[in-house]
Ligand binder design. Sequence first.
Ligand SMILES: [Zn+2]
Ligand SMILES: [Zn+2]
Length: 312
Amino acid sequence: MQLMVPSTSVRHVFTNSDQLIRINEMKVIFVEMSLFITSLNSGSNGNCYYIGNDTEAVLVDAGLSCRETEKRMRLLGLQMSRVKAIFISHEHTDHIRGLAGIAGKYGIPVYITSHTSVNCNLHLKKELVCEFSPYKTVDIGALSITAFPKYHDAADPHSFIITCNHITIGVFTDIGAPCERLVKYFGQCHAAFLEANYDEELLENGRYPRFLKNRIRGGMGHLSNRQALEIFTTHRPPFMTHLLLSHLSKDNNDPQKVQQLFDDHANGTKIIVASRYEQSAVYAIQPYVVVTAQTPVINHAVVLRPMQLSLF
Ligand SMILES: [Zn+2]
Ligand SMILES: [Zn+2]
């Protein structure tokens, strides 16, 4: 990993002669605190999201083949040996296609509810299967993962938040309708993968049969751009630095339009449209930091914007 020392942000807070040393110390502290996130793929052709710190990581969903997951992680400099668990949101093929292959090859535990597992029809080794329950936090090393139920036409679908070092990442895709739980957890996130599946007009005027259109927008399907934007503009916490718009429909959406729509309301949050064709960059997410004369203190009361590190 190559670090680039930022030229702005915290530099101005150091006024004494050991400015450079202090910045280097801060850099180390920030790296140790950071969570690294990426979308390896996002869309109805496969979903796989990586969230990790310096030593351990989890995948949320495994919708790419094992080989493709390996390839994309390699391109990003991410090691499968750091992946200590795979969390499965629901049983749709675009979320589990590569699960048996990856979990089997690397012996990675799979966290899945029993209802989802029954509907997956996968042949996972019993010793790799771990059950999770909504709202009961699972600790994977320093990462804490909490699942909560969502509206989607699957057996037992869940969204997740992953917390480590005072940083929270949300994975919110395949959601038929926003709910209080989503709003609550979205408001805690420093970064989030949020579904923006379809443009309402494109869906209405598109080639899908009526029953399919109604399934997508009927409350148990997917979030529209408008719904996602409303969540973002209404419930975005001031410390949210990155929003990765996810699970865009190939037929009923337009990535450029989505990017523009959200950029217009970004208010300081970096907007990234996760691709259905390739991995995104790896983003380093940091907590807000209050800097005193000598010691940086983590605090959610915002004093400074976090330092931006380019890592990969
Ligand atoms: Zn999906
Ligand atoms: Zn689904």
